[in-house]
Design a protein around this ligand. Sequence first.
Ligand code: PMT
Length: 395
Amino acid sequence: MIVGGSMAAVKAPSVLRRLRERGAQVQVIATAAALEFITELSLATAAGGRVATEATWFAARPDAQHLTLARADAAVVVGASADLLARAAGGHAGDLAAATLLSVAGPVLWVPAMNERMWHHPAVQANAAALRGWGHTFLGPEVGAFGTLGEGRGLGRMAEPEDIAAATLALLPPAPAVRAQDLAGWRVVVSAGPTREYLDPVRFISNPSSGKMGYAVAEEARDRGADVTLVSGPVQLPPPAGVRTVPIESALELRDAVLDAARGADLVVMTAAVADYRAAEQAQEKQAKVAGDVTVHLTPNPDILAELGREKAGRLLVGFAMETHAGIERAAAKAARKNADFILLNYPTREGTGFGGDDNEVTLVRPDGTSEAWPRTSKREVARRLLDEARQLRD
Ligand code: PMT
C-alpha cells in the first residue's frame, strides 16, 4: 500500500486493518507528503510492521528497497494525490513510491482523493488516462464532503476503507489450494505407459499409451503426502519431481519392478497398458525382410495385476481397463478374476479420452458388478477421485 499526500491519508490505517483482518500481508510506503498528514507510528501500528519511507530507501541496505517492495502481488495507492498521479504517469523514479510503481509487476489500484477542480483538470485527467491505458484501475473519487472541515462538496472524496479493501483483495491472485496430506504414511506404487515387446533389436509390439493417466495418479498421490514409486514404460513425459521413477520397457521388466516395489505398499494402481503377448523367441539379430507373409509366434505375458491379487497382503489394488464393448460386465469380471478392489473402465472409442489425451471419462466398476460413471474430466481429477475412493476403502 502506497499512502499519498492527501488529507485522506488519515483513512489509510482503517484500510490496513481491513486488509490484515482478511489475511493480506501488507507493506506500507508513505510518501514524504503523506507523513505531513499522518504519523509513521499510526501507519506502522495498523500495518503491524515498519513503514518504508524516503529515509528507509536511502538507509544502508543490501537490497534496492523499491525492487523488493515491487514484488507484491498487487499495489494500492491510497490517498492518491494529483502530484503522485503525475509522477507515476511521467515515469518518475525520484522517490520510493514512484520508483516502486515503476517496478511493480502486479496490478495497481489507484484511490484518488483531491479537490474536485484539481481532479477535473485536463492534466490530471490525462495522467489518469495514461495509467488506465497501462492497465491500472481506479476506485473513485466519489461525490461527497471533503476537506478538513468538510467545507468542500463534490467529486473528489476518497472511496470508503471497506470498498478499498474489497477492491484490493479482488486484485490478488487466488491463494494456492492447500492440499490435504491425507495419504501421508502411505506407500503407493503406480505403473504407467506402454510396454514394448521386441521381436528383434529394432522391431517391437506396443500401444499408444502416453503415460499421462499414470503420471497424474503418481503426482496426485505425491501431493497428498504419499511415498510414490512410478514404474514407467517409454513415454515422452519428464519424471515427476519427488517420485521414485523406475523406467522399464517390456512386460517382464514391468512385472519385476512392480512386484519389487509392491512389497509393503498400501496401494498399487496399474494404469500401464501392458502387452498381453511377447515374442515366443526374441531374435538377437535384426531379421531380414523376406518375400511374402511372416508368422510371428507370441506367448502370453504374465498378468501382473492378477499376480498381485493372488497375494494381496493387505494392499489395495486398482486396475484400469479398456473395452470396446460390454464394458461394465467385462470390467467387473476382470476385477473379480484379478482380485482388484475396483477397476476404472475407459473407452478407446471416445474422442479425447483414454490413450494420449489430457482428459478421461471412466466408470468405476467393482468386482460385484456395481458401477459408477464419472463425468469426463482431466486425468488429474480422475486421479484425485481414484485416490479418494482408495482412501475410503482403507478407512
Ligand atoms: O497412458 P495414457 O495415454 O494416459 O492412457 C491411459 C490408459 C488408457 C492406458 C489407461 O487409462 C488404461 O486404460 N490402462 C489399462 C489398459 C489395459 O491394458 O487394460 P487391460 O484391460 O488390458 O488390463 C486390465 C488391467 O490389468 C490393467 O490395470 C493392466 O495394467 C493390468 N494388466 C494387463 C495385462 C497384463 N499382462 N498385466 C496387467 O497387470
